[in-house]
Design a protein around this ligand. Structure first.
Ligand SMILES: Nc1ncnc2c1ncn2[C@@H]1O[C@H](COP(=O)(O)OP(=O)(O)OP(=O)(O)O)[C@@H](O)[C@H]1O
Ligand SMILES: [Mg+2]
Length: 501
């Protein structure tokens, strides 16, 4: 019997940073024409394994074979020579350059005087973007584009060079549903052309839709490689989490005083056709979920409340007092916090430590005389690391050395540190692993128990149902339904309400 040959085979790969083992004798292989999912908890080592493949890091031990030939990948140039491209989890684009310049930045398409040959770059970029079916002007500055378009530009950049093996590290985290569909049909095209694609994601639905096989890492070790047809969610969760996770997403009825005055009143909020006459109240200790399809006006509503997005009219009343909120700093003063959807780009100073990031919004509270009370600051930072189970060696580690999901937890910690009375979260668990999701759900419940009012937007219905005491359903800019959580029996019922049946 002929054994099907792997296009890529990584064998016995180990890697440590500062004496801490991050990858421990990992084997990983991908076939031609295969989409292979790489899963695992935050910090499991997925990005690191792929950075070894693409020459960003070198392994301490192990070999890489391509078409059964041993290859040496010591830097990104070696990876390119072996037709390996990667779309990174952290964006690698330069905002002050155009789309075309970003795509061809590190490439040889230069004229005799060594400058980028603009005309050809632009023509090639236009063709690439057309193939991807994305409507972006090659001359547009990347800084002017929305996050979804950054991702598409990253993809165009990866595909602009000859590629056989393409790594995508959480490519859909900032894409809309439509953009995701375009990406998937594109992945299918690449697959039929014989590319080997490695797809890192925390989303099971996506993996089941486009992947052929799945490999799971846990704490730097390979735990399983399975055919996607043979797997189910429970099994995958078991592999990712290890010794099991019992209470997944279970709703528990919460008790809070329903006869007090609301902490937040939103009255007749409007913004063109996007937000139409939205009114609702939030009570202390309450968790309210906003459900709705992509584009139903959820994000626009919370950003209009928080002053980071526009509004035409409407009143925001906090603790009985009408507030003028024109920007985020007005909102923070009024006791509001918003953890935005695109926090990966906005939320962190990556060169700073975990502690410094958490301290940023609360420096004034940490002062002792003219200095920062270091003991107090360390305690607060350590408490958050523990509470949110942030995987870091210590609070002094630079945040860009943490895994993507752990960086997100720091953004959450940062906003919580300021102790707001109303906390709004837009898709709070995008990019965090299944285990960490339940941790975040627990933290949100604890915050509500301590008297904060919470507003959550989530496209993941199990999460929304696990959290909310009350659900507002939005459709085309309006609140079309308000449901008490206990009235909703199944996810399907909520799904029906969202779809407008
Ligand atoms: N350059 C570095 N220096 C020190 N530690 C690092 C470095 N890069 C990664 N690590 C550590 O290695 C571990 C694995 O990180 P990695 O980014 O590979 O995780 P991941 O599986 O991609 O997680 P996520 O799903 O959160 O993106 C983490 O504990 C991280 O802090
Ligand atoms: Mg990662």
């Amino acid at each position: 019997m002929r054994v099907e040959q792997s296009m890529l085979s990584m064998r016995n790969i180990s890697k440590a940073f500062n004496g801490i083992t991050v990858l421990d004798s990992v084997d990983f292989s991908v076939k031609k024409g295969e989409v292979h999912a790489l899963m695992g908890g935050n910090g499991a080592g997925k990005s690191t394994l792929m950075k070894i493949l693409t020459g960003v890091y070198t392994a301490d031990q192990g070999e890489i074979y391509i078409d059964d030939q041993l290859v040496e990948i010591k830097n990104t140039d070696d990876a390119r020579k072996n037709y390996i491209s990667m779309i990174f989890q952290e964006f690698s684009l330069i905002p002050t350059l155009t789309v075309a310049q970003n795509i061809f930045l590190t490439r040889e398409d230069k004229t005799s005087i060594g400058l980028l040959n603009d005309k050809e770059c632009i023509a090639k970029t236009r063709k690439l973007l057309q193939d991807l079916e994305v409507d972006i002007d090659p001359n547009e500055l990347v800084g002017n584009l929305g996050v979804g378009y950054w991702q598409m530009t990253e993809i165009a950049k990866a595909l602009s060079q000859e590629t056989k093996i393409l790594v995508m590290d959480e490519p859909t985290a900032s894409l809309t549903k439509k953009e995701t569909e375009i990406l998937f049909s594109f992945i299918n095209q690449l697959k039929s052309k014989g590319y080997a694609i490695i797809y890192i994601s925390h989303r099971m639905d996506e993996i089941l839709e486009i992947c052929d096989r799945i490999t799971i890492l846990r704490d730097g070790k390979h735990v399983a490689t399975e055919d996607c047809k043979q797997i189910d969610l429970d099994m995958v969760i078991q592999h990712i989490v290890g010794s099991g996770m019992d209470k997944a997403f279970e709703w528990v009825e919460r008790d809070y005083d329903k006869n007090t005055a609301p902490v937040l009143e939103v009255k007749n909020l409007s913004l063109g056709s996007k937000v139409q006459d939205v009114s609702f109240n939030l009570f202390p200790g309450e968790i309210v979920g906003i459900a709705g399809l992509m584009g139903s006006g959820r994000t626009e509503t919370v950003s209009a409340i928080f002053g980071t997005g526009p509004k035409d009219s409407g009143d925001i009343i906090v603790k009985g007092e009408k507030k003028t909120i024109k920007n985020a700093s007005d909102a923070v003063k009024a006791g509001l916090a918003l953890i935005p959807e695109d926090r990966r780009v906005q939320g962190l100073v990556l060169e700073h430590s975990v502690k410094e990031n958490i301290m940023l919004p609360i420096l004034s509270k940490m002062q002792k005389g003219l200095l920062i009370d270091d003991k107090k600051a360390n305690k607060v930072a350590n408490d958050f690391v523990k509470k949110l189970n942030i995987k870091t060696d210590d609070i002094y580690k630079t945040t860009n050395l943490l895994s993507g999901g752990n960086q997100q937890k720091i953004v959450l910690a940062k906003w919580l540190a300021n102790d707001p009375s109303v906390l709004m979260l837009d898709e709070p668990t995008i990019g965090v692993d299944i285990g960490a999701k339940t941790e975040i759900v627990d933290v949100i419940r604890e915050l509500a128990d301590s008297g904060k009012a919470i507003l959550v937007i989530s496209s993941e219905l199990p999460e929304l149902l696990a959290l909310s005491d009350r659900v507002l359903v939005m459709h085309e800019g309006r609140i079309v339904k308000e449901l008490q959580r206990r009235e909703i029996n199944t996810e399907e019922e909520l799904q029906h309400a969202i779809q407008g049946f």
